[in-house]
Design a protein around this ligand. Sequence first.
Ligand code: ADP
Length: 446
Amino acid sequence: MFEKVLIANRGEIALRIHRACREMGIQTVAVHSTADADAMHVRLADEAVCIGPASARESYLNIPAILTAATITGADAIHPGIGFMSENAQFAQMVEEHGFTFIGPTPEHIRIMGDKVTAKKTVLELGLPVVPGSSGPVDTLEEAVEVAERTGYPVLIKAAAGGGGKGMKVAYSADQLREAYQLARGEARAAFGNDQVYMERYLSKPRHIEIQLLGDMHGNAVHFGERDCSIQRRHQKVIEEAPSPALNAAQRQFIGDLAARTTAQLGYRGVGTMEFLFEDGEFFFIEMNTRLQVEHTITEMITSIDLVREQIRVATGAPLGYSQEDIRFHGHAIECRVNAEHPETFMPSPGKIDGYHAPGGLGVRVDSALYDGYRVPPHYDSLIAKLVVHGTTRNECMMRLRRALEEFVIGGVDTSLPLHRRIIAEANFINGDYDIHWLEQMMKLR
Ligand code: ADP
């Protein structure tokens, strides 16, 4: 087992990783920017090293600074968390070349899945269904028109290096396609330094269903069921729930087994998530994230398994030690992502927290690095808390979520709490009757 793990991240996820390490008897090293000197995980970690100024480029994305911090503190392994360096194959490779363990998959798997065109090709060859569209990158407008005619409108142009919903444009006609194609390439170039795009049929009412996976270094892989992440705004998840109210037992077993089998065939190690769109009873693979996900918490609630602990365990080379049948599911869980932003305009709202009260009680979990008097810095992601609620049934879970949202107080900054309170009062949400477009349509209606 590792003695010391360096956590190359910040915010609630750095705290989440610290917690798993402490429960495993592992010492932690926090690395932080000057803007995060007062952060909760920095205070709680055994050691802390400042790796640069506020700008992420010079701190959380600064490979030499992170590796130097690992060297001077004598860390055995580096956990990249979510975002920042977590899906950077070069970083994973350099970590290993410097004699540290990278808590994640091989650089090769990160590379394959990081390019969504290669990712789709790879899983298609292994028998996974993918969204119909171009068979590879679409390098010219003429090609884009051809693909659209073959696939049928509307089409979606997506960035090969995409993430966070950036570089995605819809076109309903050849005319729109001309503009959308150039816009998508421009956005992809600006966001990822890579303007390669590909195309998919734009599904009109899919749900986003993803499978939580775990593989070890010995060829074993299991799944931990699905999460329904269809409550989205601008292709970004807002609320997630597990299990999905849209799947029946046969569909659930089909996609879980298929994803786990594919993970084993890939020889994939560590935690990962295969994302699918689900429409008219059919699943279509869209991408695989080769890291922990924000919403891993709801899976933990319905399986009672600490996924970060499992991730660390398999990184040491330990075998899974259990089979698919050993993973049991109980009850229902929902997560609300609470952002420091205006609930209607979505303007970021950094600043000092003035009054903080987290909800509690049976079945309520709050993953947050906030405390009263903390200053939410303006430089990073706006996620400040995850409210995760579990109940024995979906109805119990919803009732519990309602009262937990009533209790939650975050003063001093605007937050998305009012939006969450509004969503969970909607009949469609209560009935589990929603697709990926529902939230945006609901907000436009009112
Ligand atoms: P990113 O990596 O940027 O998050 P994804 O490929 O995971 O991009 O897609 C993000 C979201 O965009 C999906 O959850 C879904 O809501 C929407 N989306 C992606 N592909 C399609 C598609 N072919 N049709 C309709 N919606 C899509």
